[in-house]
Design a protein around this ligand. Structure first.
Ligand code: SF4
Length: 394
């Protein structure tokens, strides 16, 4: 099966030009909430088999998503579609194909559209990969998390390191871009364990890599365990592990282009780049969000409410807000700082640089000014700088 090239000349993922282009891309997100079981750290909108996420419910949900897509005023042409979850790979290729078809029929897909699927390694087969490549999928993102069985067990993941590696290898023969998703800093993960995970990941030479520190979200089993005395993630340990990956990723031509994302030239994730650059996107499915025409809208997060509303012909919104121009500008700067290319300063960025906090960050070298852009030089401090930009009044 041929792998589909999206770009004739590979774009440098950390270039300001690419970040500027991404602000004009239009994306669609489709949330598929079904999972075999709930991982202890997860606070996403998820429905497990035990909670009623049967094959029959999944089919009813697919029909509802298709109906919801038809309710959205014309939006395209769409440059990137991301199927996230949950575990989208629990849907059949035929079900995914019906959703892609209605997105195309209703909104139109741009030439060379990126279509991406989040997948768990234990579900993956070569036949499934081939079937979704035929539909037009160009990218698959595997929730690998770790290559250490003990870490996988404490994260509640059911795949083995071997299943993870086999899924990545198989998909790399089929898709233009394969992403490996890792989690670092799980309590009990030693430095040697993380280094072995990095070794094994790099030996696979994936085109894209995402790595996030384990975070403790309220209401999860992980947070309850920690409240009951279990060890919590250690921020210093997580910082060391992040730095280790930053040092190692270039060994296989992986270029960091966002705080937690690396890729080989030409393999940037269009969907994510467009979100970080404040491009417009529409979202469908449980808990999905939109950002369109200066308005943010949010879908309901209960499956029964979602299905009932869509089946009654009602858009399943739980709320929406019109962003004022100053608020949109503050958000643009705060989110754009995540990019290695930095963000166009604009009026709000300049106001931040002149503020006491901005001056402090400039003097400390946390941020620099590169032409008209603001760049964060110490990625682990990105959230602190973003908070500082948001605290400056418009
Ligand atoms: S597989 Fe992913 S979405 Fe599903 S419960 Fe685990 S972390 Fe959450």
């Amino acid at each position: 099966m041929p792998r589909i090239p999206l770009n004739s000349r590979p774009a440098q993922p950390d270039s300001p030009g690419l970040a500027a282009a991404a602000a004009h891309w239009r994306s669609a997100y489709v949330h598929i909430p079904f999972c075999a079981s709930r991982c202890p750290y997860c606070d996403f909108a998820v429905v497990t088999v035990e909670e009623g996420g049967t094959d029959e419910t999944a089919e009813r949900y697919v029909q509802a998503v298709i109906a919801e897509i038809a309710m959205e005023p014309a939006f395209g042409p769409i440059d990137a579609i991301n199927f996230g979850g949950g575990t989208p790979s629990r849907l059949s290729a035929e079900q995914l194909g019906r959703i892609v078809t209605v997105l195309d029929d209703r909104h139109g897909l741009a030439t060379g559209v990126e279509i991406s699927l989040e997948a768990n390694p234990e579900d993956w087969t070569e036949q499934y990969g081939a079937a979704i490549v035929d539909i037009g999928f160009t990218r698959v993102s595997f929730g690998i998390q770790s290559f250490d069985p003990a870490v996988l067990a404490s994260l509640g993941r059911s795949h083995t390191p071997e299943q993870g590696a086999a899924a990545v290898r198989s998909a790399m023969n089929q898709f233009f871009t394969v992403n490996v998703d890792l989690i670092y800093g799980t309590p009990g993960e030693s430095g040697a364990s993380w280094e072995a995970t990095v070794d094994r990941t790099l030996s696979l030479k994936p085109e894209h890599l995402s790595a996030y520190a384990l975070t403790v979200e309220r209401g999860t089993a992980l947070s309850r365990n920690i409240a009951g005395g279990a060890p919590a993630p250690d921020p210093d340990d997580q910082a060391d592990k992040y730095e280790h990956l930053v040092a190692r990723a270039p060994e296989v031509r992986l270029v960091r282009y966002e705080v937690s994302n690396w890729c080989q030239p030409g393999h940037h994730c269009r969907y994510n780049l467009s979100i970080w650059a404040m491009g417009e996107f529409v979202g469908f499915g449980l808990g999905a969000h939109d950002h369109r025409d200066g308005r943010r809208s949010y879908n309901v997060t209960r499956l029964d409410a979602y299905l009932t509303m869509v089946e009654s012909g009602v858009r399943p919104r739980s709320g929406s807000e019109q962003l004022s121009a100053p608020d949109a500008e503050r958000e643009r700067v705060a989110i754009g700082l995540r990019l290695v290319a930095g963000v166009e300063a604009g009026e709000h960025g300049l106001r931040f640089l002149k503020s006491a906090e901005g001056q402090r960050h400039l003097e400390a070298g946390t941020v620099t000014r590169k032409g008209s852009r603001i760049v964060v030089e110490r990625p682990l401090l990105t959230d602190a700088v973003a908070r500082a930009t948001l605290s400056v009044s418009p």
